[in-house]
Design a protein around this ligand. Structure first.
Ligand SMILES: Nc1nc2c(ncn2[C@@H]2O[C@H](COP(=O)(O)OP(=O)(O)O)[C@@H](O)[C@H]2O)c(=O)[nH]1
Ligand SMILES: [Mg+2]
Length: 445
């Protein structure tokens, strides 16, 4: 994270600092630009990025309960998360056994990463096995064999052979017999950067014979934004590709490599940040940006961000319920649960655009927090089929549910009535929405 750590102090002084808002925003953006450029993020990207956050900062209003400066940091956070990759990819194998082939330029850290991955997955309860197909450097065989011994994972290699795909195929057979369920194939990569085409051709030939489930490109963070070309071509050529960026600990250019790879749409799965076997982390853009901005030290701010994100999810749920006109008790449960977590009902409802159209003052919809808790208990005592099909809940079921949840049948009926009311309300909303849409007034919501 070298080079980027300055952002943290800029955030703290921005939040705590005085002076006019617009001036502070401009100063903050300048600091951010400096940090990103020194981390080798491309200047074009930095300028577009700054323009965007500035526009958003001056245009959008913070929701109630969020200060303007905090809101600005949320905008920066969201945009940085996008810059560095948006979603965190899943690291669990989609099936077992899983065959993972590592490719990349010589010296990028493939062999080291192969060992780190085996160690990582072993600790998660898998049985990794390692295959060395590097027939160019005899030392590569010993390097991986030693790592395998250290981790106590089965290993396969043929020191004298000159046939990488033959080794891989024999290795797969051997390691499966040994019971390995994640098989990691290390390859040779003799070509330097700028010769991507040659490397990719070799990868394709090997992949055609070995048929791995995943091909992981290992990129050295030192190459900074130059990672773009390699990652882009790789991403275009292989639908089963993922990327690990290594040596994050040793260079200030990590930000450049990350943003460049993210811009290609390729999946960044892991970050290597040290020479030791445990120095490998699954890449999570949100966590990464949180750390970058130092949000861990600004706990209340982080809490607010979380609440905002939950309210966004809640809004999506309502949107879906409104458009489909369908609502189950399971939906209601999720709604009440998030509402409960989000704090005082009224304030929260105001924060949510999708909900602000609900007639909050309507007596039918006012429920106290205490009641929410009792209702959650009631729903916890229901079976899945009751939650999905509330109409099957008859008198005897009502009694059973009341007993199980330590409530009364009246309370269960009250919840069911609330459910019916909400469902009806959704239906009217759906109708209204349809009419408004026909009239071209979609944005009325
Ligand atoms: N500091 C640091 N060094 C690394 C990292 N990953 C690999 N290396 C070092 O980079 C060098 C080349 O690694 P190696 O795995 O042999 O690369 P390969 O040629 O792609 O197999 C070795 O000295 C490794 O110790 C990392 O995340 N951080
Ligand atoms: Mg190697």
């Amino acid at each position: 994270m070298k080079g980027l750590e300055k952002i943290k102090s800029a955030v703290t002084s921005f939040i705590k600092g005085g002076g006019p808002y617009e001036k502070a925003v401009n100063e903050f953006i300048k600091e951010l630009q400096k940090a990103l450029i020194s981390a080798d993020v491309s200047i074009k990207v930095v300028l577009e990025f700054s323009k965007k956050i500035k526009e958003e900062a001056l245009k959008s209003e913070p929701p109630p309960g969020v200060l303007r400066r905090e809101w600005f940091i949320k905008i920066v956070y969201d945009n940085l998360v996008n810059l560095f990759g948006a979603e965190a990819p899943t690291i669990e194998p989609q099936k077992l056994p899983w065959i993972l082939m590592l490719v990349g330029i010589q010296g990028s850290g493939k062999t080291t990463t192969a060992g780190k991955l085996a160690y990582f997955y072993k600790r998660r309860g898998y049985r990794p096995g390692l295959i060395s197909t590097d027939t160019y450097r005899p030392a590569a065989y010993d390097q991986l064999r030693q790592l395998a011994e250290y981790i106590d994972a089965p290993f396969y290699g043929e020191k004298e052979s000159k046939d990488p795909s033959g080794i891989a195929i024999r290795g797969l057979r051997h390691l499966r017999k040994e019971g390995a369920n994640i098989i990691i194939i290390d390859t040779a990569g003799r070509h330097g950067y700028g010769d991507e085409e040659y490397l990719l051709k070799e990868v394709e030939e090997l992949a055609n014979r070995v048929k791995p489930d995943e091909i992981m490109l290992v990129i050295d963070a030192y190459i900074g934004q130059r990672a773009y070309d390699l990652a882009k071509r790789f991403h275009e050529r292989t639908p089963i590709g993922s990327i690990t960026i290594t040596k994050f600990d040793g260079t200030a250019k990590g930000g450049g490599a990350l943003s460049a790879v993210a811009a290609t749409g390729a999946k960044i799965k892991f970050i290597g940040d040290g020479e030791k076997i445990e120095d490998l982390e699954p890449f999570n853009p949100k966590k990464f940006v949180s750390r970058l901005l130092g949000l861990g030290d600004l706990e209340t701010l982080l809490e607010k961000f979380k609440a905002l994100e939950e309210s966004e999810e809640l809004e999506k749920r309502w949107e879906k319920a409104i458009t489909t006109g369908r609502l189950t008790l399971r939906d209601l449960y999720a709604q009440i649960k998030s509402l409960r977590k989000l704090g005082p009902l009224r304030k929260v409802l105001q924060m949510i655009p999708g909900l602000s159209m609900m007639p909050v003052d309507d007596e039918r919809l006012q429920i106290s927090e205490e009641k929410m808790d009792r209702w959650l208990n009631i729903m916890n005592s229901m079976t899945y089929s009751e939650l999905d099909n509330p109409h099957i809940i008859d008198k005897s079921r009502i009694h059973r549910i009341a007993r199980g949840s330590g409530t009364t049948p009246e309370e269960v009926k009250e919840l069911l009535k609330y459910y019916e009311t909400t469902k009806k309300l959704l239906k009217t909303m759906k109708r209204r929405k349809g009419i408004l849409r026909k009239l071209g007034m979609r944005n009325a919501f």
